[in-house]
Design a protein around this ligand. Structure first.
Ligand SMILES: [Zn+2]
Length: 159
């Protein structure tokens, strides 16, 4: 699978999750790595504050997560919510969990601010996917994305 990140890096990979969590290619999007999880800006959609939590090892099924991984996940989700509230003054957060056969499970977290007018949390993603190219080529938006990444990093440095 070939993919181009929002920072225009070309990555050829059998698993996007493994590359994004372990490869230095998405360095600009990385926010934080705990012992077992990676937290990064979404690499496909340049929406400020849209972040992805992925296990550092390749796990395809939620049920295969260990107790330690689940504990860290719970802590990180709660920190993400606090960080989003602090950075965007945005109390509403959508999150989606992705699991495909043999895929790399991940959680996508989206602060519901600015352009988002939503009927359901699933509509948010559709709306953002449609705007993916527009978001990536909008310089002002990309500055907001970079600024949000910085602020997330600051938050997670102090947890
Ligand atoms: Zn993987």
């Amino acid at each position: 699978m070939k993919l181009t990140t929002i920072f225009n890096e070309e990555i050829d990979t059998p698993c996007a999750g493994c590359i994004v969590t372990n490869n230095s290619k998405f360095k600009d999007g990385r926010i934080y790595q705990s012992k077992l999880w990676d937290l990064s800006q979404d690499f496909e959609i340049a929406y400020p504050g849209m972040v992805v939590l992925s296990p550092l090892r390749h796990v395809s099924n939620y049920m295969d997560l260990t107790t330690d991984e689940l504990q860290e996940l719970s802590t990180l989700l709660s920190h993400c919510k606090k960080a989003i509230l602090k950075i965007f003054d945005c109390p509403k957060v959508a999150y989606m969990f992705y699991e495909k056969p043999d895929g790399h499970i991940h959680f996508v977290i989206i602060p519901l601010h600015n352009l988002v007018k939503i009927k359901s949390k699933y509509a948010v993603l559709e709306e953002l996917m449609e705007k993916a190219t527009e978001l990536k080529t909008d310089t002002t938006n990309m500055q907001k994305v970079t600024e949000a990444i910085k602020q997330f990093r600051n938050y997670f440095q102090n947890i």
